[in-house]
Design a protein around this ligand. Structure first.
Ligand code: F3S
Length: 64
């Protein structure tokens, strides 16, 4: 199972990840992205890949 993360040092709260994959991402009270569930299923890989490509700050990463 691969794990998705948001680098808080890079995230600027653009929120594209939340629109693309709301099951995995949300915006916290401060307006920055947070990961809701970090274990990415194979079925959701395409959504996560799209979120990674869509983040203007390249803040999202997928690790083994
Ligand atoms: Fe942050 Fe990128 Fe999402 S800037 S809120 S991780 S689209």
């Amino acid at each position: 199972m691969r794990r998705v993360t948001i680098d808080p040092a890079k995230c600027q709260g653009h929120g594209r990840c939340v629109i693309i994959a709301p099951k995995y991402f949300d915006i916290d009270d401060s307006g920055f992205g947070v990961v809701l569930t970090d274990e990415v299923t194979d079925a959701d890989r395409a959504d996560i890949d799209e979120a990674i490509l869509s983040c203007p700050e390249s803040a999202i990463a997928l690790s083994d």
